[in-house]
Design a protein around this ligand. Sequence first.
Ligand code: GLY
Ligand code: MN
Ligand code: MN
Length: 356
Amino acid sequence: MRDRLARLRRAMRKKGIPALAVLDLRNVRYLTGFTGSAGACLVTPGSAVFITDFRYRAQAAREVGRPFRYGEHRGALAGLSEEARRLRLKRLAFEENHLSYGDFRRLRKLARGLKLSPASPLIEELRQRKEAPEVRLLRRGAKLNGRALAQALRAVRPGVREREIALALEAAMRDLGASGPSFTTIVASGPRSALPHGVASDRKVRRGDLITIDYGAVVEGYHADTTRVVSLGKPSRKWREIYRIVLEAQMAAVEAVAPGVPAAEVDAAARRIIEKAGYAKAFGHGTGHGVGLEIHEGPRVAPGSRDILEPGMVVTVEPGIYLPGWGGVRIEDMVLVTGKGKEVLTKLISKELVIL
Ligand code: GLY
Ligand code: MN
Ligand code: MN
């Protein structure tokens, strides 16, 4: 944690930011280790204050250690303005992506005389490169995902609702140690699989359906993210063909992952194959994204991304083809960028089309 604070201070110095109000809870957690639902930090070159309220006194004492000083206040904004006054600050930068206009006005009112200015996502930038303990949590999540899917697939048979499959999956993840799902579980069967984010519905799965299952476990705050497609009974020729194209695209993109490679090139590796097969318009989203304290974070693996892959980054690779009214396929792995190349963290689930 001390190292993270030192890196943040270096970034602040580079940007000419004398004091930063950290409002986003994921960023607060990253800096301090605090896992509660109300808190903020105030960081300057010589001081670091953690702000929360009465409810979190005991938890903060356990989770947040030096060099953070504990500041108990009625709320984050009141705390920031009072601590800024105490430190005699003249200027305070705030995370531009994490202060609503309403809160900005409230803070301005509370901290009269303090010059407020927006700061770019400094901590999000640091969070892109994972440290070894963070990689371990993501690896654990990926592994847990594999085991949970294997368990949940036992419940899949004709007549079962997508919602029930999602529940079986979420129960298995919890049972295996997840604190919860990374996002609302996607179970999209038959024609519904054309919806890239078709969250589980009341639809009953039928023989001949392809079922897209996109889900993940949160392990100590870190979000795993996997997609697999299974077939209930024998898939049609067209399904098999679409699956083969997406799998080829997905494997080409995984292959392209290496340190120093522009993330846009990983996207292009998948997109080229899907375009060549004639489905350019059916792949309307980016190939992947970073995962960590959030389900979607940097780097962006998409056309036009200017991010360059670096060791320690963990990204998803998840191309898909979606044909409205008919169905779709997406395959998603989590991939760690290493010093020399990559490590695919999603290991346990086969990428061959599983026929149930
Ligand atoms: N369902 C979120 C994702 O795979 O990005
Ligand atoms: Mn996903
Ligand atoms: Mn994803």
